[in-house]
Unconditional design. Sequence first.
Length: 360
Amino acid sequence: MKVLGKQDLRDILEGCTVLGTGGGGSPEEGWKMVKKELDAGREFRLVGLEEIPDNGIVPMPYFVGSLAGEKVESVYEEGEAARSYRLLEEFMGEEFAGVISTELGGANTAAALATAARLGKPIVDGDPAGRSVPELQHTTYYIMGIRMAPFSVVTPHGDEMVIAKVKDDFQAEKIVRAVAASLKTNVGVTSHPVAGRELRTSVVRDAISHALSLGRALRIARERDNDPIRALIEAGNGFLLFKGTVIETDWREENGFTVGEFKLEGYEEFNGETYKVWYKNENLISWRNGKIDVTIPDLISVLTPDGYPVTNPNVREGKDYVVVGFPAPELWRTPKGLEIFGPKYLGFDMEYIPIEKRLL
């Protein structure tokens, strides 16, 4: 077990924003959630997968919606994510053993951290995505055949519901997204109550520690006036994809998702070239000079030149950015992983080419 301090938590959220690939929620809102629990004197305990008992249930609390969702004053002092966690405990009639994040992102990882601290639970050093993802079926749980029901949904207006059974995770995505889209706000969800013995073989290990290492690398490089982009790429075994100035940007709210794209005109070693990124909450595919460059499940992240990650749709026309990429966790590269979160998910009749093979 490791007790996370204030700097650890800041570094984790910055690393999660990188791994959020433009989505994963607002890191500023995420830090507010975490700081609230820090200011209340609550402890943030990070535990390894092996520290969870075989029969101990660990679900994941998170938010569903889009970055463009309206800010609604919540009726819950503890927040919708924490309430949804307790609601699922009440429904199942047992005390859960911990919390796991649903994805690595500035707000959704923060929601898991804050929920764990508030309820006195440990947070597990793992993640069922290893990045941010747009839809609820995009989890390593789905790849491993673990369903998300029962799950709870709580709105900031005080509406509470538990879905005891659902056809499949695709149906669950439609149900939860419809609630969020109809209310034009984010909702708190807790799903996938998974026992420790299954947890150990169905998630990306050491995911929180990985985010911590990336956030720490960026911070230390900035403090020492070193190149933060180089430090990030070295820490994450990543790749420099492009440096450019945004010349076009467009986004819209669509069925509870933030959908859009932006185009950059290159500078320095990329002078005379162009780069385009398309996103559905998260950056999912990119083109260099009109040809496909990187696709999901590999990660496409955008940062300012001085090393601060940027979420969608906060990419601004006329501003300079650096685009970097990282290899996806291995579970996403399996046939079932690629089936639900590869090029064919985007509608392309093409085989997935790992980022390291495209760029080396």
